[in-house]
Ligand binder design. Structure first.
Ligand code: AP5
Ligand code: MG
Length: 218
C-alpha cells in the first residue's frame, strides 16, 4: 500500500507510523527524520534544512521533494510506503502525484490524524525522542521510558527536539494550518482521505487506522 499520514505537529504521526509500517510491512518514510539524520551527520542538505526547521518553517520544496523522491525510489519501497510529513503543501502534493504517475503507481489512502490543539501541545511538550534514529518516541507522562533519559528499545539517549520549544511549536502549528491543511481538500477531491480520531491510547488509534485501511482495501 501507498499511504500518506497527515496531521498537526504532535498528532502522533511518527508514533503511529512505527506500528502501521510494521503491520503492513512497508517502510516508514519521514521527511522530518531524514532531515534530522542529515543534520546529525553534518551533510550539506542538513545544513540547508536546519535554520528552517529551528524556526518552525518548511524547508524549501527544491530540497524536500528531491530528498523524498530519492527515498521512495529505494528498493525497500518498491511495493509501498507510509509517508509521514510529506507532502506538506500543495506543490509537494502535486509533485508526489507526478512521481507516482511516472512510476505507474497511485496512493491508496491519506490518513488524517485528528487531535484537538490543546492535546498536541501537551504531547509535544512532554515528547522525548531517541537520538539513534528518531524512530523510538516516548512521552514523560503518556509513555515514559523505564529509565529516565534512556531508550527502552535500543539504549540510545533520549532528547527533546530543538523545534519543540513553545514559540517554535506555535509557528509550526500556524504553518500547518496555512500550508498543510489545504492538501486535505486536495486529497478529498481524489476521494482518498480517511479521518482518524487520534485521541485515546496509542494502540487504540493504531486499531482505528488499521480498520480504516482494511475498509479502504475492501
Ligand atoms: P516533522 O518531524 O515531520 O514534525 P511535525 O510534523 O511537526 O510532527 P512531529 O514529529 O512534531 O509530531 P508527530 O505527529 O510525529 O507526533 P509524535 O508521534 O512524535 O517535521 C519537523 C520539521 O522538518 C518541520 O517543521 C519542517 O521544518 C521540516 N520538514 C519536515 N518535512 C517537511 C516537508 N515535507 N516539507 C518541508 N519541510 C519539512 O507524538 C508526539 C508525542 O505524543 C510523543 O511524545 C508521543 O509519545 C505522544 N503520543 C503519540 N500518540 C499518543 C497518544 N495516542 N496518546 C498520548 N500520547 C501520544
Ligand atoms: Mg514526527
Amino acid at each position: 500500500m501507498r499511504i500518506v499520514l497527515v496531521g498537526p505537529p504532535g498528532a502522533g504521526k511518527g508514533t503511529q507510523a512505527a506500528y502501521l509500517a510494521e503491520n503492513l510491512a512497508i517502510p516508514h518514510i519521514s521527511t522530518g527524520d531524514l532531515f534530522r539524520a542529515n543534520i546529525s551527520q553534518g551533510t550539506e542538505l542538513g545544513k540547508q534544512a536546519k535554520a528552517y526547521m529551528d524556526a518552525g518553517n518548511l524547508v524549501p520544496d527544491e530540497v524536500t521533494i528531491g530528498m523524498a523522491k530519492d527515498r521512495m525510489e529505494q528498493p525497500d519501497a518498491a511495493n509501498g510506503f507510509l509517508l509521514d510529513g510529506f507532502p506538506r503543501n500543495l506543490a509537494q502534493a502535486e509533485a508526489l502525484d507526478g512521481i507516482l504517475q511516472d512510476a505507474d503507481q497511485k496512493l491508496d489512502a491519506v490518513l488524517d490524524l485528528e487531535v484537538p490543539e490543546e492535546e498536541v501541545v501537551k504531547r509535544i511538550s512532554g515528547r522525548r525522542m531517541c537520538r539513534k534514529d528518531g524512530k523510538h518516541i516516548f512521552h514523560v507522562e503518556y509513555s515514559p521510558s523505564k529509565t529516565d533519559g534512556v531508550c527502552d528499545i535500543c539504549g540510545g539517549e533520549l532528547y527533546q527536539r530543538e523545534d519543540d520549544r513553545e514559540d517554535t511549536v506555535r509557528k509550526r502549528l500556524e504553518v500547518y494550518h496555512t500550508e498543510t491543511e489545504p492538501i486535505i481538500d486536495y486529497y478529498k477531491a481524489q476521494d482518498l482521505v480517511v479521518t482518524i480520531p487520534a485521541l485515546g491510547k496509542v494502540d487504540e488509534v493504531t486499531q482505528r487506522a488499521m480498520a480504516a485501511l482494511e475498509r479502504e482495501a475492501a
